[in-house]
Ligand binder design. Structure first.
Ligand code: PMP
Length: 410
């Protein structure tokens, strides 16, 4: 029988052995901001520099060949990870933010015209809002907002009603970083396509927690970051439907993305995905990302989801016992994220004080100010879990939180 042996996998993360503020064992509950990195991924990164550091694609020598093979092998692992049909649909970017900007600047600038409409949900991270506002300003587009209800779920009737003959694109997070809400992206994609619109899904908070299949979801673009997936910073992925990518102009110009360059006759561009990867990429990070994907896949998503849901339920049940506690966002289908405020206490004070117990949580607007304002808040505290967190850590956190709340409310 398969089980998730949390103690064994914790041992793979050197940082989890750290003590902070003197002798406090680190309890890391800021996984929605960034996950920690297992030794296997760190070793893969170092191994690249120690054995075959070289620039890719153009070199004929041994090291360049090895680096190129490893880089392109990672692309195929990513393809398999999200079940894309074709490896040419996988573009490496710096992260989710850059992936979304790529779609806005390439697809958006070339395909959208004045008066076209984009639907964006109220629970988006700023990185799935601001690039569209910038484009809307440049092009004269209209942005319409998919509303969120009190529980933190998208209002699907309102969503259907927002479509007009001018709707061209839907932008939505698979999982909300601020609330944990899992959005019905497959259904949203179906509705978007009925209206001949495209859909871009921000998967930054999804890929480390649930199996993603871009063909089953039937989405047009899907973006995510390596550093929320037990991998390095500085690397992310854009999946794009091949027929769309083939029609998209380059975004950045430079080396790697061309077929031929002539000062007299101009430049002919490479085919996707290379057309969208100008310059020397983050080679080591791409290779380490592959290792991270293999690491998380080896945990088995069914077991991982079951474990994280147990952590979520245990934490939610216990936190509700704290006086003045208000959990923000209680969608029935949630990832392991708990946003909360405590009546009579500032979120920042809570964050600073639980840190003194060694517990890392996040406080602030979580780059989702429109969503915060929907709840009449400027900030919340957020605890977010990953594979290596334990029920004992949850208990320790809730006990610390209880003490902190008693302290600040007195
Ligand atoms: N979208 C969501 C839902 C996120 O949680 C984040 C990271 N907080 C991003 C986008 C941006 O990711 P990155 O900073 O890695 O580009």
């Amino acid at each position: 029988e398969l089980t998730l042996d949390v103690e064994v996998l914790r041992a793979e993360f050197p940082v989890l052995g750290r003590r902070v503020h003197g002798d406090k064992a680190l309890v890391y509950f800021d996984n929605a901001a960034t996950t920690q990195t297992p030794k296997a991924v760190l070793d893969t990164w170092v191994d690249y520099f120690e054995r075959y550091n070289a620039n890719i694609h153009r070199g004929l020598h041994r090291l360049a060949d090895e680096a190129t093979q490893a880089y392109e092998h990672s692309r195929d692992t990513v393809r398999e990870f999200v079940n894309a049909e074709d490896v040419r649909e996988i573009i490496f970017t710096r992260g989710t933010t850059e992936a979304i900007n790529l779609v806005a600047q390439s697809w958006g600038r070339s395909q959208l015209v004045e008066g076209d409409e984009i639907l964006i949900s109220r629970l988006e991270h700023h990185s799935n809002i601001v690039p569209w506002q910038m484009l809307a300003q440049e092009k004269g587009l209209t942005i319409r907002i998919i509303p969120v209800d009190e529980r933190g779920e998208l209002d699907m009737d309102a969503y259907r009603a927002l479509f007009t003959s001018r709707t061209r694109l839907v932008c939505v997070a698979h999982v909300s970083n601020a609330l944990g809400t899992v959005n019905p992206v497959a259904e949203m994609a179906r509705i978007a396509h009925e209206h001949d619109a495209r859909i871009l899904v921000d998967g930054a908070q999804a890929v480390a927690h649930t199996r993603v299949d871009v063909q089953t979801l039937d989405v047009d673009f899907y973006a995510f970051s390596g550093h929320k997936l037990y991998g390095p910073t500085g690397i992310g992925v854009l999946y794009g439907r091949l027929s769309l990518l083939e029609a998209m102009p380059p975004w950045q110009g430079g080396g790697e993305m061309i077929r031929t360059v002539s000062l007299e006759e101009g430049t002919r561009f490479a085919e996707p995905p290379h057309r969208f990867e100008a310059g020397t990429p983050a080679i080591a990070e791409v290779i380490a990302l592959e290792r991270a994907i293999r690491w998380v896949t080896n945990l088995h998503f069914e077991l991982l989801e079951e474990w994280e849901q147990r952590l979520l339920k245990h934490a939610t049940d216990r936190m509700k016992g704290i006086d003045g506690m208000r959990i923000i966002g209680e969608a029935p289908h949630k990832a392991a994220v708990i946003s909360f405020v405590v009546e009579g206490a500032h979120s920042q004070d809570i964050g600073l004080l639980v840190d003194q117990f060694g517990v890392a949580i996040r406080t602030g607007h979580h780059c989702a100010q429109p969503l915060m304002h929907h709840y009449g808040l400027d900030a919340t505290c957020r605890a977010s879990f990953a594979a290596y967190n334990t029920l004992e850590e949850v208990d320790y956190f809730v006990d610390a939180l209880q003490r902190v709340v008693t302290m600040v409310r007195d």
